[in-house]
Design a binder for this molecule. Structure first.
Ligand code: A3P
Length: 282
C-alpha cells in the first residue's frame, strides 16, 4: 500500500502575549495617550490597555515579568507591543529595571513646551480638585492646591518661581536618571507638533520603530468642536476623551513670560541632552 504522505501542516499564526518592544515613558500631559492611540492605528501595533505601572511601582515590579506579560495584549509575531506609563519618566528606579528586561527596548519620550505643559497639568489637577472634601492627610509631597489660581501656585509671594510645585518643576528637563541619549533607542517626540499635524510626527516614529509607513492623512479628521484631530481606520473612528484636550484657563501673560524665562536654561540643557533644539519660545 502506498505510504500515506503527511501533508505539511499549515500552522495558523498564533497570537500570544509578549513583553513590549517599545515604551512611551512620558512626559505626563504632553500627549502620551494621543500618541499611543495614534500608533495603534498601525496594523502592526498592539497596545496595552490602561497604564500598567510595572517599572515604577514596587508592588507591581515585585510580581515579575510574567505578571507584566499577562497585562499585555495578544499580538502576532512581527507586531510591536507598546505600553505607556508617563510616571516612568520621573521614577529613578525605572531605567535600570527597563534595561534588565530588555536593554534594547525602544523608548518614546513625548514632550511639550514646558509652560503649556504646566498649565495643562494644573488644568487637570483643578478638574479633579474638590474643595468641599476635607483635606487629605498630609502626604510627604502634597499635590498643589489647584483651587488656587495657577499664577499663585507657580509664583511664590516673594515673586520667586515655585520650583517645588509640581506645576513649575521642569519635568521635561528632569535628568532621565541613568538616561539613554537620543538615537537608536530613544526618540523625542514633539507633542506640540503632534497636536497640530500628527502625520509627519508619526512618520518619524514609524521609521524609528522599524515599521512600514502606514498611518496617513486618511487616518485623521479635524473635529472643530473638540479643536483636535480625531482618529479613524477600518475599525475605529474616535476622538480622545474629553479629559484630553481640556480648555486651559487664561494665565496672566506676565506670569507666562516669567516662567518661560525661567525655563530657558533648563530647555537648553534638555536640547543638549537629546541633541535636538525644540525651538520653544523664550
Ligand atoms: P490638554 O488637555 O492640556 O490639551 P496626556 O495623555 O499625556 O495626559 O496628554 C494630554 C494632552 O494630549 C492634552 O492636553 C492634549 O493637548 C494632547 N493631545 C494631543 N493630541 C490630541 C488629540 N488628537 N486629541 C486630544 N488631545 C490631544
Amino acid at each position: 500500500p502506498m505510504a500515506l504522505r503527511r501533508r505539511p501542516r499549515l500552522k495558523p499564526p498564533k497570537p500570544a502575549r509578549r513583553l513590549p518592544q517599545a515604551l512611551i515613558i512620558g512626559v505626563r500631559k504632553c500627549g502620551t495617550r494621543a500618541l499611543l492611540e495614534m500608533l495603534y492605528l498601525h496594523p502592526m501595533v498592539q497596545k496595552a490597555s490602561g497604564e500598567v505601572h510595572f517599572f515604577d511601582r514596587d508592588e507591581n515590579y515585585a510580581l515579575g515579568l510574567d505578571w507584566y506579560r499577562s497585562k499585555m495584549p495578544l499580538s502576532f509575531k512581527g507586531q510591536i507591543t507598546i505600553e505607556k506609563s508617563p510616571s516612568y519618566f520621573v521614577t529613578p528606579e525605572v531605567p535600570e529595571r527597563v534595561r534588565a528586561m530588555n536593554a534594547s527596548v525602544r523608548l518614546l519620550l513625548i514632550v511639550r513646551e514646558p509652560v503649556t505643559r504646566a498649565i495643562s497639568d494644573y488644568t487637570q489637577l483643578r478638574s479633579r480638585a474638590t474643595p468641599s472634601v476635607p483635606a487629605a492627610p498630609p502626604a510627604s509631597h502634597p499635590p498643589p492646591d489647584a483651587t488656587k489660581p495657577f499664577e499663585h501656585l507657580a509664583i511664590a509671594a516673594d515673586g520667586s518661581i515655585n520650583a517645588d510645585s509640581d506645576l513649575a518643576v521642569p519635568r521635561v528637563s528632569a535628568p532621565m536618571a541613568g538616561g539613554v541619549p537620543a538615537g537608536e533607542q530613544l526618540l523625542v517626540v514633539n507633542g506640540d507638533l503632534l497636536i497640530e499635524d500628527p502625520v509627519p510626527q508619526l512618520r518619524r516614529i514609524e521609521k524609528f520603530l522599524g515599521l512600514e509607513h502606514k498611518i496617513g492623512r486618511r487616518n485623521f479628521y479635524f473635529n472643530e468642536t473638540k479643536g483636535f484631530y480625531c482618529l479613524r481606520n477600518d475599525t475605529t473612528d474616535k476622538c480622545l476623551r474629553e479629559t484630553k484636550g481640556r480648555k486651559h484657563p487664561r494665565v496672566d501673560p506676565a506670569v507666562v513670560t516669567k516662567l518661560r524665562r525661567f525655563f530657558v536654561q533648563h530647555n537648553q540643557r534638555f536640547y543638549e541632552l537629546v541633541g535636538e533644539d525644540l525651538g520653544w519660545p523664550e
